[in-house]
Design a protein around this ligand. Structure first.
Ligand SMILES: Cc1cc2nc3c(=O)[nH]c(=O)nc-3n(C[C@H](O)[C@H](O)[C@H](O)COP(=O)(O)O)c2cc1C
Ligand SMILES: Nc1ncnc2c1ncn2[C@@H]1O[C@H](COP(=O)(O)OP(=O)(O)OP(=O)(O)O)[C@@H](O)[C@H]1O
Length: 313
């Protein structure tokens, strides 16, 4: 799968022989079951029209630019979207740097310059509530009309529902917030996990008898927090462990961080990308009066997580 980053890297299709693409546009945060339906329809259409299946996403996601303090927690990063979309058969991921300049493009410019001239779209699939361009002026009806003028077709997505409710990134975040991992898993089509690179922590965990791999969350805010029994997938295979996602109030940590103590494991993970799959929430993060009290609690967490994973392994 190709990754095109930035408008400047989208070639203008002066070459009439270019096959063009079928396209969908959105955040696709989490690439959940609803998104997967859209992607499957897109891939099928691309095959039929003998052209590329392309997904256009924005980075940062629009709300992260317009309202950084209230933007929702991310279910996944661009890198994760790339892998998930690739596995679904997408040929090209187009990532637009969503900044003030881009957000001020008129709906007409978005259609003519981007969709028609640069991407040569043949077919577009979007939700019928999709809005775009300066002040969200562009809408589904406008795309339909533009399609007739510039010779591309437009269809909307039929809502994919579970138990009568539309699957959405928002609904998944809510389930995770309410510690309903099963509901989140049902909507994602896979268990919820966080993928990231292991970096050097303060090594305090090792002194406490519980060495931890620290996973960088970067600018991401995690939709889950607290202590979990987890499965860890890395280049060393599949292991189990116990993880804390939080700001570590006992040691006056500030930024949210993911730390995982992996059972029966002593390979070097620094610099490696690992996936931490949340299996069961054990408790919320707490502030303890001393490191000794925290250590005792982590020992209890570890025992509880071990018992849980023995039950499923
Ligand atoms: C299973 C587990 C549970 C944890 N629970 C808490 C907690 O409730 N409160 C807290 O302040 N820190 C908690 N921590 C974080 C510890 O403060 C942290 O692991 C320790 O300070 C070592 O971190 P460092 O080596 O990265 O500095 C937890 C860590 C683990 C692995
Ligand atoms: N459950 C669903 N069924 C069908 N199409 C969906 C579903 N969820 C999202 N889509 C479509 O996928 C594309 C990307 O959607 P978007 O990233 O806005 O997802 P979302 O899950 O609805 O997000 P949010 O919860 O933030 O509104 C849009 O065209 C949207 O209409």
């Amino acid at each position: 799968m190709h990754l095109t980053r930035g408008i400047h890297n989208m070639r203008i299709s002066a070459d009439k022989s270019r096959r063009g693409c079928v396209l969908t546009i959105g955040n696709f945060d989490g690439v959940h079951l609803g998104h997967q339906q859209v992607i499957l329809a897109l891939v099928a259409k691309a095959k039929k029209l003998n052209c590329e299946a392309a997904v256009l996403v924005f980075e940062p996601q629009p709300q992260e630019l317009f309202a950084p303090d209230t933007a929702p927690a991310r279910l996944c990063r661009l890198r994760d979207k790339y892998v998930l979309l690739k596995n679904l058969g997408i040929d090209r991921l187009i990532c637009i740097n969503f900044n003030k300049k881009f957000a001020s493009l008129s709906a007409e410019t978005f259609i003519e310059e981007l969709l028609v001239k640069r991407l040569a779209i043949k077919h577009l699939i979007v939700g019928d509530d999709f809005h775009f361009g300066k002040n969200r002026q562009g809408n589904f009806a406008m795309l339909k009309a533009a399609g007739e003028k510039f010779n591309f077709s437009v269809t909307d997505t039929a809502s994919h529902k579970l138990a009568g409710c539309r699957v959405s990134s928002t609904a998944i975040r809510k389930s995770l917030e309410q510690d309903d991992l099963d509901a989140a898993q049902a909507m994602l089509g896979r268990p919820y996990s966080i993928i990231g690179k292991v970096f050097h922590g303060d090594k305090r965990g090792r002194e406490m008898g519980f060495p931890t791999a620290n996973v960088r969350l970067k600018r991401r805010v995690s939709p889950v927090s607290g202590v979990y029994a987890v499965q860890v997938n890395s280049q060393f295979g599949q292991h189990y462990g116990v993880a804390n996602i939080g700001s570590r109030p006992t040691i006056a940590g500030i930024r949210q961080q993911l730390e995982v103590h992996i059972f029966d494991f002593d390979d070097d993970l620094y610099g490696e990308v690992i996936e931490v799959v949340m299996l069961k929430k054990l408790r919320s993060e707490q502030k303890f009066n001393s490191l000794a009290e925290l250590t005792e609690q982590i020992a209890r967490d570890t025992a509880q997580a071990r018992t849980f994973v023995q039950g499923i392994a």
